[in-house]
Structure formats: structure tokens, C-alpha cells
Design a protein around this ligand. Sequence first.
Ligand code: APR
Length: 233
Amino acid sequence: MKHLVILTGAGISAESGLSTFRDNNGLWQNYDAMELASLQGYRNNREKVLEFYNARRKNLLTVEPNHAHHVIAELEKDFKVSIITQNVDDLHERAGSNNVLHLHGELRKVTGSMNPNNPKCIKEKPLDEPIVIGEKAADGSQLRPFIVLFGESVPNIPAAKKIVAQADIFVVIGTSLNVYPAAGLLQYVPASAPGFLIDPGEIDSYEALNYHHIKTKAVEGIDILKDFLADKL
Ligand code: APR
């Protein structure tokens, strides 16, 4: 089976009702990312950051995977599919995808503030249970969302580079490719792998210049992609 590697961003979850970040009315148009999603912001005001992520966690209970998530899950019948997502929602998993690598963390999980990547501290916490000040992780530090905050390293990047380097076909769906190191993964795609981009907007990423751009929303573009892939089985 050919290895289909798919890099996804907020755009793929837009049709499920989750905001993107940099579109008009995106999350960072209405909230200050440095205040609510950065390590410094968390240090300055833990309550405010916890409140922001508790709201996003609770909101995740109200949304469902969309057609794009489901078609990607079905592609596992014909391809070895590896998803590398910048998204912190669990919609790929809920649609039935089995190989999902999260670069920026997961809303479903929590960890400790002392060393957020300590495996002993990372655990699931029900989405309707808020994370509160005074709640401790296994290492005794304040419990926090298992989210990579701006200013923190992205521990899954080495694993992601290895996956991308093994792609027979590479697909980018719903990301502005504004945020590194995630956007830098395109440099590791083998020259032999055809590239596809599904996004209704313009993408000014140099690396994606020769990708076949399916200029639609993910829920429509995924069916066009499926037709392209039919003769690449
Ligand atoms: N279908 C497909 N793509 C869409 C749709 C849609 N319905 N709606 C918007 N898009 C595209 C936009 O054109 C844009 O290119 O999705 C992209 C969203 O870009 P961003 O809002 O920048 O989201 P993303 O690239 O995922 O952000 C990366 O930034 O703040 C951090 O950690 C956060 O993971 C996030 C990272």
C-alpha cells in the first residue's frame, strides 16, 4: 500500500464549527494569542489561560467530525495513512483515523506545569471537567492543558519529519503554513512524492508552490482529492 501523509490545520475542522486562527473572525482576531496561548501568558495569568482552554475543551463536546475527516478515515482502506495535525481537537480520531500525530497537543489531555512532556503527568481528563487552580498533576505541579504553548518546543517534530520523509503522496489540508516548525515539514517531503493542497485561500508557501492546489473547502476538496488518488493506488 502506498503511504499517504496528510498535514492538517484548523481549516479541516472549520466545517465542524471550530474557529480557525487567522481567517477573518479567527480565534486570534478575537483573542490575544500571546496572552492566552503562550508560556509567558500562562506564567503571567494562569487563571485566564485555564479559563480559555476550559472553554475550548467544553466546546469540543458540541462538535462532530465533518465529511473531510470521515473520507480521510476511509482512505485507510486503500492507503497506509499517516495524519500529522496541528489541531488540538480529536475529530480525526472520532472519525475513525488510526494514525494521528498531534504536533500542538490535545484538548482532551492535561499535564503538569513543571515538565509538560513528562509521560507520568500526561492523562485524559473529561472535557466537561474544568482544570482549576490547585489541581495537581502526578509530579505535584499545577495541572494544565496538554497543549504546546507559543514559546514551548514541539516534541513531536522529529517523529513528524520521519513520517513525512516516507511519504509516497503528501497532502496539506486547511493550514496557512504560518507556524513553524510545523510548516517546515514540507522541506522533508521526498521530491518523488506528488503534493496536493486543499484550501479555499491563497497559500504563499514557497515549498507548496508546485503542489496541486484544490481551491475549495475541505469538505468539497476531499472528494476531488479522492478522485485524483484513485489512479495512484
Ligand atoms: N476548508 C479548508 N481550509 C480552510 C477552510 C475550510 N473550510 N476555512 C479556512 N481554511 C484555511 C484558511 O484559508 C487557512 O489557510 O485554513 C487555514 C487556517 O489557517 P490558520 O487559521 O492559520 O490555522 P493553522 O494553519 O492550523 O494554524 C497553525 O497556529 O495558533 C497556532 O497552534 C495554533 O495549530 C495552530 C497553528
